[in-house]
Structures are given as C-alpha cells and as structure tokens.
Design a protein around this ligand. Structure first.
Ligand code: BTN
Length: 254
C-alpha cells in the first residue's frame, strides 16, 4: 500500500520520513511491515482512519475518522532502550509535553500507558515488539462527548472536550513527532532526567496505592518508582519490590 503523502521533517532520528495514509487497518501493522529494512529506523506512519485499530489486551482502538492522531513509529533501539517500561515512559512524557504545549492542559500519566486529563483518558500507547519495536499512539483530539458515549467509552475524552476548540490533527501529530524526537535524544543522553519527569507525571510517590499483578492485589504506600523497581510498603511495614513489567495497574488506593 502506498501512502497518499510523505513528509520529511528536519528532525534528528524520528520522523525524518512520515508516511501519511487516509485509511489503513492499523498504523502499527503498517509500521511493523517496514521493520525488515534497517533504513526504516525512525519512520513514522500517520493515518486519518483505522479500520482495525488495536489497543492493549486484544481490545480495539476506536477513533472517529479525522478526529484524532493515529500514529506509529518504527524504532530499532539499542538494547537498554528496548524495555517496554522505558519506551512507554518516553512516549507518555512526550505526549504530556505536547498536550501541554498545544492545548495548555495539564495531563497526568496513568500506569502503565495512558495519558489522562482530569481523570479521563485522552491517549493510549501500544508497544509491539517483533523484528523491530513499534510504538503506537492514539491521541483523542477533536471527538465530541457523544462520539465516546456512542462507542461506550465514557471514561475517554478529547483535547477539544476540555478546551472547547478544535485543533488541526496533522499539525498536532507533527508537533508530537518533533517532541518524541527531542525526548528520544534526551533519553539516550540522560535517561535519569526522563525517568524523573515520568515519575512526576504519575505523581503517586509517597501515596497510598493499589498494585495489581498476576499474583493478586497489593496495597500500601508507594516508596519508590523507577524503571527497575516499584517499591511498596504494606500496612504491616513489609517492603515489597516488584519488577515494573509485572505490574498491570498502579492506582491510588481510594
Ligand atoms: C490502549 O490504550 O489500549 C492503546 C491504544 C493504542 C492505539 C494506537 S492508535 C495508533 C496505533 N495503531 C493501532 O492499531 N494502535 C495504536
């Protein structure tokens, strides 16, 4: 399938080629097909519509045609950056910065891969790894509340829902790709800085939380949060260490 257009952004690594499609099955699928050629490292795929958009856990990702950013980036990262918690953090921080910049909103990161505004999901991230790593981002830009209600997605919202004005999806996507590129460079140079901004974006350190894992739900105070470990102190004072990959949900204990 051939893209309708192609951008060549003056970025460092990501988005030096952006393939723009009107409609695809899934931008993640299109990006994954490019992984056979190492020259495609950093290529971005952008679509106005997806007919089979994917979310996590086999769910579908629904977006009113033309109302959101449907973006996938193909990466062939060095080994230390291949871990999904690191890549999700990088994408989530970049999305928060972009939403702040283009709309003046204050997004938060919801573990592990959602971006929320006022508790409602405006963006999801889906990392898929095969021959390369594909980072898929679905950002809700101009959908109306009715669009989400019709799709049974009452917990979701768009940027326009909060600001009362619509944004140009292509321009928003372009800003997001540029930001992802800048933050990718920072991630390579100073991962600790990005990790600290991700931790602030989650904002639960020191607070009572619930940790959901395959072995059950654990409650306690979140003592430490890094890409290596989630440290919880339970009511009895025991300190528990969990690998981030093993934590499905980390939420405030209400
Ligand atoms: C989630 O919250 O479950 C993750 C959703 C990720 C959706 C994006 S939209 C662009 C890319 N292509 C897909 O098929 N999925 C991701």
């Amino acid at each position: 399938m051939r893209p309708r257009r192609e951008w060549r952004l003056p970025t460092r690594r990501l988005g030096r080629r952006v393939l723009l499609f009107d409609s695809v099955d899934s931008t993640n699928t299109v990006a994954a097909r490019l992984a056979a050629d190492p020259a495609n490292d950093g290529v971005a795929v952008l679509a106005g519509e997806q007919t089979a958009g994917r979310g996590r856990f086999g769910r579908s990702w629904q977006c009113t045609p033309g109302a959101g950013v449907l973006l996938s980036l193909l990466l062939l990262p060095p080994a230390p950056l291949r871990r999904p918690p690191v890549l999700t953090a990088w994408a989530a921080v970049s999305i928060c910065e972009t939403v702040r910049e283009v709309a003046g909103l204050e997004p938060r990161i919801k573990w592990p891969n959602d971006v929320l505004v006022s508790g409602r999901k405006v963006c999801g991230i889906l990392i898929e790894q095969g021959r390369g790593t594909v980072v898929g981002i679905g950002l809700n830009v101009n959908q109306r509340a009715e669009d989400f209600a019709e799709a049974g997605l009452e917990q979701a919202a768009s940027i326009a829902f909060f600001t009362g004005r619509s944004l140009d999806c292509r321009q928003t996507a372009r800003r997001l790709i540029e930001r992802l590129d800048e933050e990718y460079d920072r991630l390579l140079a100073d991962p600790g800085d990005l990790e600290a901004r991700w931790r602030r974006g989650i904002g639960l350190t020191g607070q009572p939380v619930r940790v959901e894992r395959a072995d059950g739900t654990h409650q306690g105070w979140l003592r430490e949060l890094t890409w290596e470990t989630v440290v919880l102190q339970d009511r009895e004072g025991s300190v528990l260490h969990f690998a981030p990959e093993s934590v499905f949900h980390l939420t405030p204990a209400g």
